[in-house]
Design a protein around this ligand. Structure first.
Ligand SMILES: [Fe+2]
Length: 408
């Protein structure tokens, strides 16, 4: 990246960093049990919420965890169970139509990232009925207060229940884009282990690794704060302690800790952002409809190694948080052990080191999308242009020669 672009990006990020103490972050109130939701609705004066969930959760009856509580309390609500992974702008329009025709006055999202993204986007459409969502892509363009959102994550997870962002796919172009602004932060986050208890192993693992990537990217970025660093360190420690017990042994205590870890990682990324792992991942999952957490997990070792020694110090600290390595090891050794531990988790959960779907002819376009998403907003440790980013896609193609361990 040339010096002018670099100066612009770092200047933009610096301005946000300086402004951070006065930015209106308002973390959601944490609620421990779904059973408390009717009380929250009463307290907020919400008479008719739109419940947004996804078709899979609805089909397997998981959303009954919520609807049984609402029905027992006699709550009047409108049910929209058509959300799907990588939600599109068309899908949001359908949910928004339900909100309007049902005279709704609040939103409850029940699900992983997708229902939460849809609920936030419906909220945006309510306050911006004359704007297309694509017109609001980017940061701090929403401005207006949304209807209250009660977010119930069913993965641990996206951290979306506390983030300023909704991620959507433009139905016309398949371009995946984000809208980030403070009013998108839900008012309540319900962290109840019952919601993640039945998750299939592969989804529980890849979403848990997504939470780890949130903490990791927020930590190695340049605009972190003491608060965001604390959140990251706690999240990384808890994920290394609890992921396996939560995913493979279904320990309720571990599930609760994973939900909190994911939540704290979400708080961290709202303040310190994510980086090129997410930017590249979004372009890939938008183009090929790949699961977000899975794509991040594949990309993480590759991107971390491409960053090089500049991230060693912070990765070494995270390694210590995770209980990896010995006290007398160098930062470079600990950083490498942290990356190796991530690869080991990928192996353990059957996540590959390459993505078969990638086609060479798509790479320049995806790299442009990734560069557009990341620059200048994400305060990444090393700045890359779209041309630089093309290398990430090529390294993750099958047979690239950069498969597991080759860069050591
Ligand atoms: Fe993520």
């Amino acid at each position: 990246m040339n010096i002018f672009k670099k100066t612009f990006c770092r200047g933009f990020q610096g301005a946000f960093y300086v402004a951070m103490p006065v930015l209106p972050y308002k973390d959601p109130d944490i609620i421990d049990s779904i059973g408390d939701i009717p009380d929250i609705l009463n307290k907020e004066g919400i008479k008719r919420p739109l419940v947004v969930t996804d078709s899979n959760l609805s089909a397997i009856g998981a959303s009954k965890n919520l609807t049984d509580v609402l029905d027992a309390a006699g709550t009047d609500y409108v049910f929209f169970d058509k959300a799907f992974p990588n939600p599109t702008t068309d899908l949001v329009e359908r949910a928004y139509g339900k909100f309007i025709s049902g005279n709704c006055d609040g939103l409850i999202s029940y699900g992983g990232g997708s229902p939460m993204d849809v609920a936030k986007a419906v909220g945006i459409r309510v306050v911006h009925p004359n704007k297309k969502l694509t017109q609001l892509a980017g940061i701090v363009k929403v401005w207006k207060k949304l209807p209250p959102i009660i977010a119930i994550p069913t993965t641990a997870g996206t951290g979306s229940e506390t983030s300023v962002t909704t991620i959507l796919v433009d139905s016309e172009t398949r371009h995946k884009f984000g809208i980030s602004d403070f009013p998108l932060i839900p008012k309540y986050a319900v962290l109840d282990p019952v919601t993640i208890h039945e998750l299939p192993r592969d989804i529980a693992a890849s979403t848990g690794l997504d939470a780890l990537v949130h903490a990791l990217e927020a930590y190695i970025n340049r605009s972190h704060t003491k608060e965001s660093r604390n959140y990251c360190e706690l999240a990384v420690k808890w994920i290394f302690v609890s992921l396996k017990d939560s995913v493979d042994h279904k320990s309720e205590e571990a599930e609760r800790q994973m939900l909190l870890a994911s939540h704290y990682a979400g708080r961290a990324l709202s303040r310190a952002y994510v980086g090129y792992i997410h930017a590249v991942s979004h372009s890939l999952s938008g183009m090929y409809d790949l699961p977000h957490g899975w794509t991040n997990a594949v990309l993480t070792p590759i991107v971390l190694r491409m960053y090089g020694p500049v991230v060693n110090k912070k990765l070494a600290r995270l390694a210590r948080c995770a209980g990896i390595g010995k006290a007398d090891e160098t930062e470079a050794e600990l950083a490498e052990k942290f990356i190796a531990a991530f690869e080991e988790m990928n192996r353990f959960y059957g996540i590959p080191d390459h993505i078969d779907a990638i086609r060479e002819e798509h790479i320049p376009r995806m790299a442009r999308y990734a560069a557009k998403e990341a620059n200048p907003v994400y305060p990444v440790p090393v700045l890359w242009t779209a041309e630089d980013l093309e290398e990430v896609y090529r390294r993750v193609m099958p047979g690239s020669g950069h498969s597991r361990g080759n860069d050591k």
